[in-house]
Design a binder for this molecule. Structure first.
Ligand SMILES: Nc1ncnc2c1ncn2[C@@H]1O[C@H](COP(=O)(O)OP(=O)(O)O)[C@@H](O)[C@H]1O
Ligand SMILES: [Mg+2]
Length: 358
């Protein structure tokens, strides 16, 4: 693909904080951004040249969006695959592709794909009925983690089964949603790798970050993490297999569990810029947002070398109320997403604290 010229229009499906930061990166490179999402006052719409307020399935609105954009991407993994396919059928250029989105939206398809390209996952079982779940527990044993196949985030839609007598209640808590039962990963640490692939197949990988979750929500990422060369190579190899196997164009995040012996197991793939990649805004010269825009615009990919080790901390709910103190911290940078209601657990912003030069 020839690089999109300066001033071209980039369409973004999804209007949250990831769209906001993608939009800001795109405008810095001279692009105009058209944001498409359900909310007029959204974090992304408020910083973008144009915003289209519509449901993701509104074909007339999608037609106008396609006509207004030179390339279309997304920041939200629950955009319907049919909407991407519709945009493509109308002649829009869309990246990442619809197949990659479809696979990564569904935990069973995602793990099946990972195994098909030689990446380890925990043992897993497809669960549609109570009978499926009872059989899976009989094979796997407890503890095991029951998750909805689709639309889970920040630990939502997940329930641990620790005793056989909890099976029925766990199944009923899903309210009929299709599910996956996962074996418990006995991980030592959780890490992630953010990587990008261009239209020409070039791959670039950021240094691995180590992540800490509190109550199922990401709390901090420290990157580059202190890891062995073996682990680094394994993480890069996994990212490359995922990108190539999905014929992916853009940035994605791969969440990994580190087991004893530097074994890596894939947890999930996010087909978009990722919360554990926010550290790159201050750790690298080309952050994950600019990188994604470069990739989908057919520009050369940017430098992924870390200049600083950074600790990124999410500001959840009322944490953001401390903005005045946070904004005075030396060697740190505050990011605010422009959301009104700081309700418990909601991602309101983050702070990147520089630890040391790398
Ligand atoms: N199979 C598993 N074994 C042990 N811990 C798990 C497993 N799956 C998920 N977790 C824990 O729950 C967190 C959230 O699960 P994840 O599948 O990443 O869902 P989400 O989409 O909510 O991020 C993970 O980061 C990890 O700490
Ligand atoms: Mg996760």
């Amino acid at each position: 693909m020839t690089p999109l010229p300066l001033g071209s229009k980039i369409g973004i499906l999804g209007d949250g904080q990831l769209g906001r930061m993608l939009s800001q990166a795109a405008s810095r490179l001279g692009f105009k951004v058209v944001v498409y999402g359900p909310d007029a006052e959204s974090p992304a719409a408020s910083v973008s040249a144009v915003s289209k307020v519509a449901r993701y399935t509104d074909e007339a609105a999608l037609d106008r969006f396609a006509a207004a954009s030179d390339v279309i991407t997304f920041e939200f993994e629950n955009v319907p695959v049919s909407s991407l396919e519709y945009l493509v059928s109308k002649g829009a250029k869309v990246a990442p592709n619809a197949r990659a989105l479809g696979i990564t939206q569904d935990r069973v398809l995602e793990k099946t794909f990972a195994r098909s390209v030689g990446i380890s996952t925990v043992d897993f079982y497809e669960v549609n009925t109570l009978d499926d779940l009872e059989k899976a527990i009989a094979i796997n044993g407890v503890p095991a983690l029951l998750k909805t196949r689709r639309e889970g985030y920040d630990g939502k839609g997940q329930v641990w089964i620790r005793h056989a007598d909890e099976v029925r209640a766990a199944f009923e808590s899903l309210n009929g949603a299709k599910a996956i039962l996962e074996a418990k990963a006995d991980f030592l640490r959780e890490v992630s790798v953010i990587a990008a692939r261009g239209f020409n197949g070039e791959v670039r990988t950021y240094p691995v970050g180590e992540n800490h979750h509190v109550k199922g929500i990401l709390s901090t990422t420290l990157a580059p993490a202190t890891i062995s060369e073996t682990l680094k190579k394994r993480a890069e190899d996994i990212a490359r297999k995922v990108l190539e196997g999905l014929d992916y164009v853009g940035v994605l995040g791969v969440e990994l569990f580190v087991l004893d012996g530097d074994e890596l197991v894939l947890n999930e793939i996010a087909p978009r810029v990722h919360n554990t990649g926010h550290w790159t805004q201050d750790g690298c010269l080309c952050d994950q947002f600019e990188q994604h825009i470069r990739a989908v615009a057919g520009w050369p990919l940017g430098d992924t070398t870390a200049r600083f080790q950074v600790e990124m901390t999410n500001l959840l709910g009322p944490d953001i109320l401390a903005w005045e103190t946070l904004s005075q911290e030396p060697n740190s940078r505050l990011y605010v997403y422009g959301k009104d209601d700081p309700r418990e657990g909601r991602k309101m912003g983050h702070i990147n604290r520089l630890k040391r030069a790398v």
